[in-house]
Design a protein around this ligand. Structure first.
Ligand code: GLU
Length: 495
């Protein structure tokens, strides 16, 4: 591990342009783990300079998602910190001053080219099969001319003056040295005509001023990575350590997930947006474990708590290879982490789900059913399917489901009556008291256990799949069990 003991300053810098998704959550997680591991700081910076793509409420969603995951930052727009403001639109003066520094040192120039001219240039370059880039018309304007044209109110931008010769070598922690010939690089815009900085200027300036030691960001920034390195060198600053994280591919492994596909996923109970995860019954523990391994080379199905992740995190083990989004793995980790929760904690998490579904929940029943249902839960809301009947006054079995295999309604009603007679003789219906006489009934009638118990299961739970039958009856209680069996006899009689 590099810099093991030195406290790092890391940041995640999302743009508030849409819902907070898995990729951002993973960047946040690695930042969080690295900061905790080294006793450093995890900074949240909101990169909101692209006004056209700004989405109202997105910043709140980012903060809420991080809180839900349990990986809240140490500094950010909603928190105190010595390096604020943490929202880029509150830092405009800083960017203009820094653009000025680059202009004065001839690392940048003012460009008056109109969008029309630029698109003509691009077209011609495309015709000649050249890579589109700025053709350099304004690179060497004299300072008097620049001052005059500015005074005349001519629309202008500030561009980085990319060296024309030589090459730029940039070091990515996951991929090694990346060398790019400067002639393939553009004179990128740093300040737009409305005075807004581009990402390139704002992010590099902020990373420096916020004393960021390591930059984790998406691999989509690799294309402009040499530019960022150039900007930092033009200022004469120290570079952070860079790690461009692997991209996420759609479940098929082919290409990135489109907006439409992301919207489709929710129909199958899946989502790539953190805000949906809770409603879909996923736990922060499960989601974190899942995303942690998408880009981190620990053993594939390694189950880890957040504390264990902190302990084991090592940026040397991050991997650059693309990660396919595999929702089956999320289900696996979620179910596993549900089983790692204490019974009390699990009860606390599922109680609101029952309440929201309209059940009145008493805590002793809730605690009693935990051991019966916990093994079966993949998502927390599975508690409704497996355990909703415990809290119902009555159940409504589908009449046909009460009919035992290879039997008719009358025959099944007959068995149900025999079951009722047995159960009525028991002063208490418990696992211990009910199992023996009911198994004896199976023998006596020369039937298969699942024929007899199937009728009873549907009668008392209202469903074909349920937690263990005898334990369930014990929790439901004698009175309700008898009532439900009688009800089933009535239903079978009406078929
Ligand atoms: N604002 C950029 C984005 O959301 C951040 C990239 C970075 O982390 O530097 O993609």
């Amino acid at each position: 591990m590099t810099d093991t003991l030195k406290p790092v300053r890391v940041r995640m810098a999302p743009s508030p342009t849409g819902s907070f998704h898995l990729g951002s959550a993973r960047t946040a997680l690695y930042n969080y783990l690295f900061a905790r591991k080294t006793g450093g700081k995890f900074v949240l910076r909101i990169e909101d300079t692209d006004q056209k793509r700004f989405v109202e409420g997105a910043e709140r969603e980012i903060i809420d998602s991080l809180d839900w995951l349990g990986i809240s930052p140490d500094e950010g727009p909603h928190l105190k910190g010595d390096f604020g403001p943490y929202r880029q639109t509150d830092r405009m003066k800083i960017y203009r001053e820094h653009a000025e520094i680059l202009l004065n040192s001839a690392h940048a120039f003012v460009c008056f080219c109109s969008p029309e001219r630029l698109s003509q240039v691009r077209e011609q370059q495309q015709k000649r099969k050249e890579k589109p880039r700025y053709d350099g018309l304004c690179r060497d304007l004299g300072s008097d001319e620049v001052a005059q044209r500015k005074e005349n109110g001519e629309r202008h931008v500030v561009r980085f003056k990319m060296p024309e010769d030589g090459s730029t070598s940039a070091l990515d922690h996951l991929r090694g040295e990346i060398v790019t010939e400067n002639r393939y690089l553009d004179d990128y815009v740093l300040l737009k005509s409305d005075g807004m900085p581009t990402y390139h200027l704002a992010a590099t300036v902020d990373d420096h001023l916020m004393k960021i030691t390591h930059v984790f960001r998406g691999a989509e920034w690799l294309a402009t990575f040499p530019l960022h390195v150039q900007i930092i060198r033009a200022f004469g600053w120290d570079e952070p350590i860079w790690a461009h994280l692997s991209v996420f591919l759609k479940p098929s492994g082919k290409g990135k997930m489109s907006k439409r596909e992301a919207a489709e996923a929710i129909k199958d109970g899946h989502s790539i947006f953190i805000k949906d995860m809770g409603d879909l019954g996923y736990t922060p523990e499960g989601v974190l474990n899942w995303i942690a391994l998408m880009g981190w080379g620990v053993a594939e199905d390694d189950v880890m708590s957040l504390d264990q992740m902190v302990e084991r995190f090592d940026i040397d083990n991050l991997t650059p290879s693309p990660a396919g989004i595999n929702f089956a793995k999320l289900d696996h980790f979620n179910g596993t982490h549900i089983r790692l929760l204490s019974p009390e904690e699990l009860a606390t998490r599922i109680k609101p789900i029952y309440i929201q579904a309209g059940y009145s929940v008493d805590d002793s029943t809730l605690m009693a059913i935990i051991p019966l249902i916990r093994e079966r839960l993949v998502t927390l809301d599975d508690c409704l399917a497996f355990g909703g009947f415990f809290f119902k006054e009555k159940v409504d079995p589908v009449p046909e489901e009460l009919i035992a295999k290879k039997m008719d309604a009358a025959g099944s009603a007959e068995i149900a009556r025999k079951i009722l007679t047995i159960l009525e003789t028991l002063p208490e219906i418990t696992h211990a008291s009910a199992e023996e006489p009911l198994r004896a009934l199976v023998e006596e009638l020369s039937l298969k256990p699942n024929q007899v118990f199937g009728i009873l299961r549907v009668a008392i739970t209202g469903q074909k799949v349920s937690p263990p039958l005898f334990e369930s009856m014990e929790i439901i209680g004698r009175e309700k069990v008898l009532e439900r069996v009688r009800n089933a006899i009535g239903i079978l009689g009406n078929i």
